[in-house]
Design a binder for this molecule. Structure first.
Ligand code: ATP
Ligand code: MG
Length: 294
């Protein structure tokens, strides 16, 4: 089965936040073209193969870097999307960072600091499992967190989240100018599906460890989170740093969109293996003779 990637991804890709609203995005969507779950496996396999090739060229060429940001409510499937989509890629070429609550050392710096020091090198793919976006998501929902950030009080005003969004947009523009391909994924799970997945965690002994009472409390702030996500996407979607609002009620479909988006963007980088110079190639016959004469 062949799919026009561009057409497939268009409904999920946000390059301009003006007028963006989450209401237009159905978490249950599995695309009107009607990709069947059975075809999805095969499609994902080809996508992962293509990604593996692109990553090898990215690494060899050592010019671009790729930053993949994953944000979502709990149980939306960030971890499993990352695991599946990256499964074929050479581990030496990928760096995954999970950003948890900031440490004391991290709180002693500006909020971008811990992310900036973990950005992917040229030739690498960096995966952020959560990111600096938490500063306009969880912190917006729980504004008391600001008190732990040691900011000068006169800088903590009404517009602090707008300022942060502006700073994030500027930071991403800077990274783009430096040769970083930035793709941001919001795994859009519905509240009903999250409930199902939480209940599964309670039912299945092998999933017990995944259940956290704190996640239940965050669920109680669902609407505030959705509002924060919407504002973040509105303020930071750009052609050089698009958001993908990925329907996340069906994991097979989530993986397909994420893999598709990465392949689609990386193939536009015009990646190729570095060319060996004419002069160097002329010496190959000599090298061969030397090896064969051993
Ligand atoms: P999982 O639960 O699948 O292991 P996770 O990403 O939910 O993965 P947790 O350790 O459960 O990891 O949660 C990390 C928590 O840290 C989240 O609640 C997140 O909102 C919070 N967090 C991340 N960055 C910040 C930040 N800058 N300020 C405050 N809280 C943050
Ligand atoms: Mg968690």
């Amino acid at each position: 089965m062949k799919v026009d990637l561009d057409k497939f991804l268009a409904p999920y890709r946000i390059e301009d936040g003006k007028g963006f609203t989450l209401k237009d995005h159905d978490p249950r969507d599995t695309h009107e073209l009607g990709i069947e779950k059975a075809d999805a496996k095969e499609l994902l396999r080809t996508g992962i193969e293509r990604l593996t090739e692109l990553q090898e060229m990215l690494y060899a060429q050592n010019r671009w870097s790729v930053l993949l940001i994953f944000q979502a409510m709990d149980a939306a499937g960030k971890d499993s999307a990352i695991k599946h989509v990256m499964s074929g890629v050479n581990p030496q070429g990928v760096q995954v960072y999970a950003f948890k609550r900031p440490s004391a050392e991290e709180l002693d710096h500006d909020f971008l600091w811990r992310c900036a020091r973990n950005l992917p090198e040229r030739g690498r793919i960096g995966v952020f499992n959560r990111s600096y976006y938490e500063e306009v998501l969880v912190v917006r929902v729980h504004q008391e967190i600001l008190e732990s950030q040691h900011l000068p009080p006169e800088l903590v005003g009404k517009s602090i989240f707008d300022e942060r969004l502006e700073d994030i947009a500027n930071f991403e523009r800077y990274l783009a100018h430096q040769g970083t391909l930035i793709l941001k994924f919001f795994l859009n799970v519905s509240k009903a599906e999250q409930k199902k997945r939480f209940l599964k965690r309670l039912d299945d002994p092998e999933k017990h460890w995944k259940f956290e009472a704190g996640d239940l409390a965050e669920r109680g702030h669902w609407d505030a989170y959705m509002d924060a996500y919407q504002k973040a996407i509105q303020a930071t979607a750009a052609p050089h740093a698009p958001w993908y609002v990925v329907p996340a009620d069906n994991k097979w479909f989530t993986r397909l969109v994420v893999a598709g988006a990465i392949v689609d963007s990386m193939r536009r980088l015009d990646l190729h293996f570095p060319k060996v110079s004419e002069a160097e190639r002329a010496k190959f016959a000599e090298y061969r003779r030397a090896l064969e004469a051993e």
